[in-house]
Design a protein around this ligand. Sequence first.
Ligand code: TRH
Length: 377
Amino acid sequence: MRVTWDIFCSVVDNYGDIGVTWRLARQLAGEHDVTVRLWLDDLDAFTRLCPQADRQAVQQSQQGVEVRQWPRPWQPVEPADVVIEAFACELPAVYVAAMAARPQKVLWLNLEYLSAEGWVEGCHGLPSLQSNGLQKFFFFPGFTAGSGGLLRERDLLDQRRAFQADSLACEAFLQGLGVEPIAGARRVSLFAYENRGLASWLDALAAGLHVTQLLVPEGRILADLQVWLGCAALVAGDRQQRGQLHIQVLPFVEQEQYDRLLWSCDFNAVRGEDSFVRAQWAGRPLLWHIYWQDEGAHWDKLEAFLALYIVGLSPAASAALEGLWRAWNAGETMGASWHAVQQVWPELAEHAERWCLQQASQADLAAALVEFYLNWL
Ligand code: TRH
């Protein structure tokens, strides 16, 4: 009998919650020979990442995963062997009662948000006793050996390297998005939240020594881009040039295509959680726009990641990278820090690949979850 997994995802906002759970569900089903049901409360968000999905369907099969609309009120079903509540979304009370009543025991996991903070290792895998006698375990993704690791499909890096080594494949991919690669230009992708610092970065790119081809998927940053360009509402396909800077707006593409976009670029500005991890697997320097949290909690996360990431960089490269990331996240002027990054560009590029390899030497999150289940049995 195949082991069954239920993954519950309540979409808080944007695409990170759905992005992580959809990726995890596919990988578990595709690589671990288990049966996965993914319970979603927002099929509209899902269809952005998986355009072939039906936003009305109560139940559908997509890429080996049974995707279920999370019914409200809940309709009773037999609980799975392993139950993941993603990001502390609350499971239906009836479902939890069914878990407690199930003759075969159920592993209940809360998959937490990604953080590089030191306390994560101490909390990863800890149980918490619930009032009905069930235990719920906390599972923390992370960057160190004592955490649950990062989502990484088995052949991801091989695919990425093959793609990056094949300039024709890269060109064909970009052309498929309507992008004509500019010879000799630096390609940069931009996926970010609203950011007051954007204008100063664009100023620096427009006045830079290098030609930059900036590719911007449709999303929240477009409003700031429009203001800087002084143009009307931007849509996918629009192109503009200011000095050395060529800008093109791209459609929001499905997840695999977004990976390829990251692989095609020399530098990627990413945000949230999932695009942040994918940019690391691209093996190219990146700029992270972290998800803003109350009371500045996101700054601790940002600094914790930087502290890990800069290990092995020269003082000049560390300072340049830290300066850029802090300025971007504070919405401050980017010109000086972008200039500093130019001075250490080759070192940052080499380091990005090294960091990727180092992270890939750890077990991936899906494999770590499966192992956790086997050890728990
Ligand atoms: O969209 P995000 O900002 O999501 C989140 C959520 O806001 C969440 O509540 C918050 O807690 C978390 O961030 C930290 O950023 P993220 O995580 O990068 O998710 C974006 C997803 O969208 C990711 O799976 C990649 C995908 N994507 C595409 O599939 N195609 C695209 O064209 C683009 C730009 C992104």
